[in-house]
Design a protein around this ligand. Structure first.
Ligand SMILES: NCC[C@H](CC(=O)O)[C@@H](CN)CCC(=O)O
Ligand SMILES: [Zn+2]
Length: 328
């Protein structure tokens, strides 16, 4: 056999196999999506998301304490208000007594080392369930939507969020948020993580069930990207980078590894996040429950593919497990 044909010598040993990875998962790369509801003492499991619950702020110490001890370093908060009065502009989104702002203050007080990101969107707070404000004909009214998203983001930052992450997909919201943060004197104190390449995916069902955030009519195809839209994704990544994003996110992750690669190419000087969304998480669990594969092995294999594609930050509901698995 020709000398150049022999590769197996480079990975015959378990340690040598580790060295083959350009980037390996570490605890600091994990950001844990958590659901905060407006019943302060709630702990309600989410049937569609194995092991996940909606938490009241009074339960956050018991919930997050053990995870912080295991090395949890960042969370991203999703408000799931069940008692508020929703309206056309998502008024409850930045209610100072709402679940997100109360959770920011509670986590800052309890766990000062934990980096707090906040998802910024209106769909959990509007009576129509869309991510922006609507025209009378039910279509998105983009300009006031971006302004409202920016207002909510700045209020989360004022409440102490280390990062705001707009998942709404309105055009121009990154520039609007950055301008708002700067005008509030927070431009250098709050990270702007943009869901730049966020697709109109079939994989959000469990989240929408958990958050009660499905649109009351129509769908989100006019503002989330078409799954086939590689060029659109590349343009959105470049646009958001130019508008002041500090982190670029691709979402969902596994069906969009090529887009993660595009982001790593186009925004090579920024951290690249990807979100292993609720449907991906549920799918991996379903396959393991069906005996198709071992859960831990598949969770690592999917995340390794995201790292290989260029991701440096992983939003995943497997965070608690990875904190244990990375210790093993
Ligand atoms: N702001 C939109 C919420 C949204 C997707 C959707 O429902 O369209 C995601 C949260 N950012 C869903 C995340 C998930 O499925 O885990
Ligand atoms: Zn939304």
């Amino acid at each position: 056999m020709d000398i150049s044909s022999v590769l197996q010598g480079g990975y015959h040993h378990p340690l040598a196999r580790k060295w083959q990875a350009q980037r390996q998962l570490t605890k600091s790369m994990l950001m844990y999506p958590i659901f905060i509801t407006d019943d302060p003492d709630a702990c309600v499991s989410i049937s569609s998301l194995p092991g996940q619950s909606r938490w009241g702020v009074n339960k956050l110490e018991a919930f997050l304490g053990p995870l912080v001890k295991k090395g949890l370093q960042s969370v991203i908060l999703f408000g799931v208000p069940l008692k508020c009065t929703k309206d056309g502009r998502g008024t409850p989104a930045d209610d100072p007594s709402g679940p997100v702002i109360l959770a920011i203050q509670k986590i800052r007080q309890l766990f000062p080392t934990v980096y707090i990101a906040c998802d910024v969107c209106l769909c959990e707070y509007t009576d129509h369930g869309h991510c922006g404000l609507l025209n009378n004909d039910g279509t998105i009214n983009n300009t006031p939507s971006a302004a409202r998203i920016a207002e909510v983001a700045v209020n989360y930052a004022k409440a102490g969020a280390h990062c705001v992450a707009p998942s709404d997909m309105m055009d121009g919201r990154i520039k609007a948020i950055k301008r708002g943060l700067i005008d509030a004197g927070l431009g250098n104190k709050c990270t702007l993580m943009s869901y730049s390449a966020k697709f109109a995916s079939a994989l959000y069902g469990p989240f929408r069930e958990a958050a009660g955030s499905a649109p009351s009519h129509g769908d989100r195809k006019c503002y989330q990207l078409p799954p086939s839209g590689k060029g659109l994704a590349r343009r959105a990544i470049q646009r958001d980078t130019a508008e002041g994003a500090d982190i670029i996110m691709v979402k969902p992750a596994l069906p969009y590894l090529d887009i993660i690669g595009d982001a790593a190419e186009l925004a090579k000087d920024l951290p690249i996040a990807c979100y292993q969304v609720s449907g991906e998480f549920a799918m991996i669990h379903a396959g393991a429950n069906a005996g198709v594969y071992d859960l831990r092995t598949m969770a690592f294999e999917t995340v390794d593919s995201m790292l290989r594609a260029g991701a440096t930050l992983i939003l995943t509901y497997f965070t608690p497990e990875f904190l244990d698995w990375l210790e093993a």
